[in-house]
Design a protein around this ligand. Structure first.
Ligand code: FAD
Length: 425
């Protein structure tokens, strides 16, 4: 291998931490720069397909994940209006055998903490909190990251940009401006199963599909809690909702308090179990003195068109900074994790002459899969949110051929993304 061995990573989210693990395991010295003064993920859940699990297993996280994750028994699709079951894709042992890893769901904070603990075991990996990467400057074979005052925060042989959807460093690299609002907005809440009546408890992933909206519910924390996400496609009224929101925060804020009444109003035509769940989360959160619902306006970018937009010279993009996607395939973090796994392989691949060749190798092996998953996520959202007569066609297809459709790229795309063949070995 060439002699260059140091990497700066901007951003210590799920993507940045995965990349830090991957690069440390490849023998590189890593410096992670994170703007937050303390490290914590937002209080929400995340579904982990077998493709992500394969990578995490490679980084020796499987035992810890089995302790903290939940393992949904199936994925159900239902009508948001009537609660009618349209289709059920069983998960569990059969799926685990088929894809070589389970389908899991986990609290984001737990996944983030497990990654961080693993990163901290590497003495070659240093984390600096409370520093904001603003720009980079290249000087020969070295690349410096600077803050707003142009002070150098870190210097290394390569820079990995993993600072999320609003990445400034990406803008400097690609000159493609900031991410754009998509007109979609996610509301999310958590509740202990013990706080719910038995009829509302669940150990599966349930997706209720309605016109211009859908809701997803799944277990986290070993199955003891439920995470709920309700997403609306509301390009016309979203700007008004955001100005009305309790915090009055700008659309760039990805985690703000959501006014409960607003959510309840948006769901006024939804089926009773859906409304009851939302109400239960609201009541439970309020009773415990917290803000039960958080709001997350979703921003996006079109997919990159070639590997050169994912890595240039000594700078490469990873995770949402490279390929922000709508969450309709539950694969954004999984793609960041897959990116990191590929990075590890490219950093250790024999025969590559230098750092730029390694980063180019990484980008070449990732950009197309990321772009496909970005497109499929958007398409899934359109299918989830159908209204009018086409909705009836979708529901009929799901009722007649549900599990097969949910496993195929034609609808839901579970098998499309989950297949081990699609994951770097
Ligand atoms: P981020 O999580 O955004 O992390 C970026 C980090 O960089 C943050 O810590 C931030 O503080 C830091 N940072 C930002 N700017 C700077 C700077 N200038 N300097 C230093 N640090 C900086 N994915 C799944 O796989 N499964 C799911 O079930 C799933 N569900 C989702 C549900 C919703 C509603 C949404 C919105 C997304 C979902 N995703 C899911 C996608 C997933 O959340 C993201 O793809 C993933 O978190 C991206 O990780 P990241 O590390 O690339 O970016």
């Amino acid at each position: 291998m060439d002699t260059a061995h140091s990497l700066t990573i901007a951003g210590a989210g799920i993507g940045g931490l995965s990349a830090a693990l991957a690069a440390s395991q490849a023998g590189w010295q890593v410096q992670l720069l994170e703007q937050a003064a303390t490290l914590a993920e937002v209080g929400a859940g995340i579904q982990l397909g077998p493709n992500a699990w394969h990578c995490l297993r490679h980084w020796h996280l499987e035992a810890a994940l089995r302790e903290w994750a939940a393992f949904p028994t199936g994925i159900e699709t239902r009508s948001a209006r009537s609660h009618r079951l349209l289709a059920r894709l069983p998960l569990g042992q059969d799926m685990e055998r088929r894809y070589g890893a389970p389908y899991a769901s986990i609290h984001r904070g737990d996944l983030h903490r497990l990654l961080l603990e693993q990163v901290q075991q590497h003495s070659d990996c240093r984390l600096r909190l409370g520093v904001r990467a603003h720009a980079f400057a290249i000087d020969g074979h070295r690349i410096a990251v600077q803050d707003e005052a142009q002070q150098t925060l870190a210097e290394a042989d390569a820079l990995l940009v993993a600072d999320g959807v609003w990445s400034r460093l990406r803008e400097q690299l690609l000159h493609d401006g900031p991410a754009r609002p998509t007109g979609h907005c996610a509301y999310r809440g958590l509740i202990a199963q013990s706080a719910l009546p038995a009829s509302l408890r669940s150990q599966c992933v349930t997706a209720w599909m309605g016109q211009d909206m859908h809701a997803v519910l799944y277990p986290v924390r070993g199955g003891e809690w439920l995470n709920m996400v309700v997403i609306f496609a509301l390009p016309e009224i979203l700007p008004r909702l955001l100005t009305q929101s309790a915090s009055g925060a700008a659309a760039q804020c990805w985690d703000m308090q959501a006014p409960q009444a607003q959510l309840e109003q948006l769901l006024h035509t939804a089926c009773t179990p859906l409304q009851d769940l939302v109400q239960a989360i609201s009541d439970h959160g309020t009773a415990h003195g917290g803000a039960p619902w958080r709001m997350w306006p979703l921003a996006g970018r079109p997919p990159v068109q070639h590997a050169g937009q994912m890595a240039q010279g000594r700078v490469a993009l990873l995770g949402d900074a490279a390929h922000p996607m709508l969450p309709y395939l539950a694969q954004g973090a999984a793609m960041a994790i897959e990116d990191a796994r590929q990075l590890q392989q490219s950093l250790t691949q024999p025969g590559l002459p230098d750092v730029p060749a390694r980063l180019h190798h990484y980008a070449q092996h990732r950009w197309q899969r990321n772009a496909r998953v970005q497109q499929q996520s958007r398409r899934n959202g359109r299918i989830f949110h159908l209204g009018g007569p086409v909705r009836l066609g979708r529901d009929l297809a799901l009722t007649l051929a549900g599990p097969r459709l949910m496993d195929s790229p034609w609808l839901y795309g579970y098998g499309f993304v989950a297949h081990a063949d699609a994951t770097p070995a």
